[in-house]
Design a protein around this ligand. Sequence first.
Ligand code: ARG
Length: 459
Amino acid sequence: MAKLWGGRFQKSTDKKVDDFNSSIRFDKRMYKQDIKGSVAHATMLGKQHIIPEEDSKKIVAELNRIYDDIENGKIEFEIDAEDIHMNIEKILIERIGDAGKRLHTGRSRNDQVALDIRMYLMDETAEIEEMLLHLLTVLTDLSSQHTETIMPGYTHLQKAQPVTFAHHLMAYFEMFKRDIMRLKDCRKRTNVMPLGSGALAGTTYPLDREFVADLLGFDSVTLNSLDGVSDRDFVIELASCLSLIMMHLSRFCEELILWSSHEFSFVEMDDAFSTGSSIMPQKKNPDVAELIRGKTGRVYGHLIGLLTTMKGIPLAYNKDMQEDKEPIFDTIDTVKLCLPVFCDMIATMTVKKDNMLKGSKGGFTNATDVADYLVKKGLPFREAHAVVGRMVFYSIEHDKALDDLTMDEFKEFSDIIEDDIYTAISMETCVNDRKVTGGPAKEIVEKAIKKAKEFIHQQ
Ligand code: ARG
């Protein structure tokens, strides 16, 4: 088949090279952006009298028909036509002849692909932001139900101090909130219109780049034609933002997997979000959480892949850059696959409050509060720390929790301890006296949830 660029060639392309070179298999998903971009470019060419206005109109009308035909599954793309850009242009020319041949005036596939990928990524980012917002809503709803659900907080995966399940969930709210803010920030650098950069050195035609940017809803235009065609920073930035989202999901999944174990038994996934074993009849496995954790690796791989692809490329466009698409597409697909299933999984899981409370009572999670009690009675903190250290040692030997110690036993360690110690070191007091901003006290977490809902509302 004749190539759109075939003029200077004597031989046709080797079949293997056609297959090798072609990106239509994966870049066809940008057909909507490609057509939108071409419609804007053609409109501008007509307005600037670079091509006859009636040709511009014909092009626009036919591109819209092509768009409908693609949507309705009426178009088969061709490997030989290489990529989505030339496939669509070829169909256009087949349908409207000479007018169609004028579309590519003042444009190169290099600035065209840069435009398409920017628009595609912005569209997808908007969808991911919506999914993240839904996750934030699920998190605040769950948190509202668990401001009194006491659970152990950990450092080094050793019991540390009691918190509430709401407080723990709201930690993830903060992470995913940052993810939304990062995506919005990344969008600012993606939202720049590269058409007009040409192949690398701009063009002699009097293009109205700002007009095209306006038509397509871009904030501004790229300011250097070499950079316009060879910049893929925004792809890498997005891959990095999405890697962070996966990292957050994966940490959460890791906890859910641990908490689902018999040893923790803090949560139980709904049957609809678990799977069994083909040999062990008793099993109920948290496969969904494991798979999300697993898919995180593949997303990180794409980030490193993209960075590596770009690291040795001289200015300006090089075909290596066609390799940006599969990794970023797969990254987007993976995140969009994980977020909804994750949301539904946590919304439907059973929270075993009693086990959480029981868990918070073991492991001396109120030791700091015993020390703080002594401090409030006048002892310097370092001394109080040492006293409580001895109490913990004694309690381990006698297989007791600190609040199981009798008043006589307490007095052995310090005579300033009185009856009020028992309420001072109860799990409820430990949590609810931590009223510092950002702390786990019920009233503070309720405030955090209120603020969180405001954030969701403002998006
Ligand atoms: N399919 C190409 C890509 O994705 C489009 C640009 C091709 N440009 C070129 N000069 N071969 O990067």
